[in-house]
Write a protein that binds this ligand. Sequence first.
Ligand SMILES: [Zn+2]
Length: 409
Amino acid sequence: MQTQGLRKTVRAMWDEVPFYRSRMEDMGISPEEIGSTEDLQRLPFMTKCDLRDSYPMGILACDTEEVVRVHASSGTTGKPTVVPYTRNDIRTWEECMENCLRTAGVARGDVFQVILGYGLFTGALGFHYGAEHLGAMVVPTGGGFTGRQLMLMEDLGTTVFTSTPSYALHLCEEVRKNGLSDRLRLRLAILGGEAWTEEMRDRIEKDLGVIALDSYGLSEVIGPGVAMECPLRSGLHPNWDHFLFEIVDPVTGRVLPEGEEGELVITSLTKEAMPVIRYRTRDLTRFIPGKCDCGRDDMRLERIKGRCDDMLIIRGVNVFPSQVEAVLGKIDGLSLHYRLDVFQPNGLKELNVLCESECELEEAAMAKMEKETLKKLHENLGIRVGFKLLVPGTLERSAGKAVRVMKVA
Ligand SMILES: [Zn+2]
């Protein structure tokens, strides 16, 4: 089935997408030469840049009249990336989401609150249709308005919600502040859209009394629905019926041996309007060898550690924001509402970490915690960084993805 999907996808790209055809021609390869998934490595990569360059709808492997919907991913600079779907693509997406939600343990009878932005962003509608298809009762609250979110959560008896991890953390804060934990029926949080650590998972699970699962997907590929954790939380189960996955060296593009960490590369097998072949996600992960205890015997992906582009070079040393988060999460009394300020006073880049305490503290206690955190950051990152403890509520809360890194002149 995978072979068939791959051959069909390559043929469509060759016939309909001039830039990809010429790239294949440059490499001296024709669609007939792609006999099986073993030949995948012979095909050229696609990048975010390719998608951006073909704005608005340059990568279209079907007739324009076949397109029934578009979504778009946010562009950090200028134009977004537009992603078209045919009617079949929408069905495929629904099926991917339904599979993922089943893996997560969502079932008929669940009350499923979608706390993600509706609109061009793929997150909300993906979960919405997937959960509805599964027979859950969907509550499409969208992002923001925390008071109303919590009211509906309580009154409708929400059992599952989906949001970004940073918004879930914000919910924890509000639930605690309003003493709501006993009045909620939540059992599952499905979180995605940004990289998050095990430390953050622990906090969310403890505060909300839920199992928190990681969901993976990206608009350029289909939206959410690419891979999902099962309740055992030991890696993501990918949707192998619809996608092929490779892990490559982020610099050279060489395919890495099983189990090694690198950049995730995705090929779609069933998409019609905008297929992707060897799409460089910039997300860092690895395959987890062996079977999952849940009984699924497919290969799992480790949770995304971060994006290649997120890596900071501080005083000449590579630092991922997730590494800093892991350190902060291990310190009792810190809240995980944090921000990283990067500045370049002269020559090398420096890092200043800002993080709120969980509750208001006396000056002496603050100084002690600051000192302890500084020491831990130094030990774990191997470089000296600055640290400032903030009183609760200082940093801006986000309804979507949190802005963690600020470049300070
Ligand atoms: Zn499993």
